[in-house]
Design a protein around this ligand. Sequence first.
Ligand SMILES: *Cc1c(COP(=O)(O)O)cnc(C)c1O
Length: 452
Amino acid sequence: MNNIDWQKEDLNYIWHPCSQMKDYEELPPIIIDRGEGINLYDIEGNCYKDVISSWWCNLLGHCNPVISKRLKEQADKLEHVIFANFSHKPIIELCMRLSKIMPKGITKFNFADNGSSAIEMSLKLSFQYYQQTGKPEKTRFMALTDAYHGETISALSVGDCDLYTKIYKPILMDVIRIKAPDCFRCPYGKKRDNCDCPCFEDCERQFEKYGDKTAAFIAEPLLQGSAGMKIYPALYLKKLRKICDKYDVHLILDEIATGFLRTGKMFACDNALISPDIMCISKGLTGGYMPMSAVCMTDKIYNAFYDEYNTYKAFMHSHTYAGNPLGASCALGVLDILEAGEIQKHLDTVTPYFNNLIKEKFLNMDNVGEVRQLGLINAIELVKNKEAKTPFNSKMRLGYQIYKKALKKGVLLRPLGDVIYFNPPLIIDKPDMDYVVNTAYECANEALKEIN
Ligand SMILES: *Cc1c(COP(=O)(O)O)cnc(C)c1O
């Protein structure tokens, strides 16, 4: 079968995620054969530079030899085992090593197999905690506008991106919505870098009203990824930690996208020097090899479920693949690499280079409203009018046009609406940075010329 045959058979059977399948008529699926570093190669040998880490999970490059070796060795030894009453070395070692890098006070780990499931688990944990510690009135959740926490019903409930949630509103939980910081279009006229977060007042108002009825506040720390890589100040998180303590509300941090050095620190909350009560991790955890997630929490939460069986305080929650040995082995490979320290050194030199490069290229473009940077994550928000910050008509699908052009030039960009962003594997080098930034710049200019 040749490339076209494979594409035809793909579309005969497969419903691809997060896609209008009709779009595949003009842009058929790209059949990837192999990966190496930041490069993906299709079956005809064309190369695509994966600067979005294949949905933000590929942390250390495709087919990383250290992780691959761990996976292969584990596959020959033990692929899976029931995780109630049974355990295995890879998962125990993983927890021992994870606990060394966790934010302060995070000591216990419960596993699931994807990000959304971790979010589900964290909400259930928080709810049940208050049911069995004498505050059964705490049944509500708070979350930010523009939040994204995954796509199961409860994850959608705490999320707030219309594209994913709107149609399901009638069947979602009623969540208390707090106006998220919006540093690009700040209604208070403040700048992100030296801001005292007056926008926190909405949060204060809602806590006054609902704090006593709320079990948990869930947030993506510092970076609202799916909302368009919106970045907000660490001070906002500090304030959030404080007010959660005041009202005895759990702070659940969704570090699924931000964990493992994505923001420059091991976890985004490390930038604010705070710890959550519950933290969800996934994506980078296995370096993008195996679906695995973990809900990480304090002893205090764990202990509220610890009692005689007949008190029925146990957390009766399980996923078949929870704590899978193959996933755990990949995660150990990731930690092998991160603990060796070379990645941190690499990031110290390439991060300023990348960020300057992007600023130099894009900042002065007529249609660039803002360039946002956090670690290696860079977002470029395209607007119709730079001064008024007015967006383009979404029907024009500007981001999608840029995406298609970039693919032809061998760069996998996949923008969020009209926000072009880079979230590359941490191993990306300077020549690749030059190439992908130049390509994105060319494609953005071509697409803008066509719609302006
Ligand atoms: C990707 C993501 C999720 C959902 O993870 P899945 O594995 O896709 O279910 C949740 N929260 C954030 C911040 C994410 O980026």
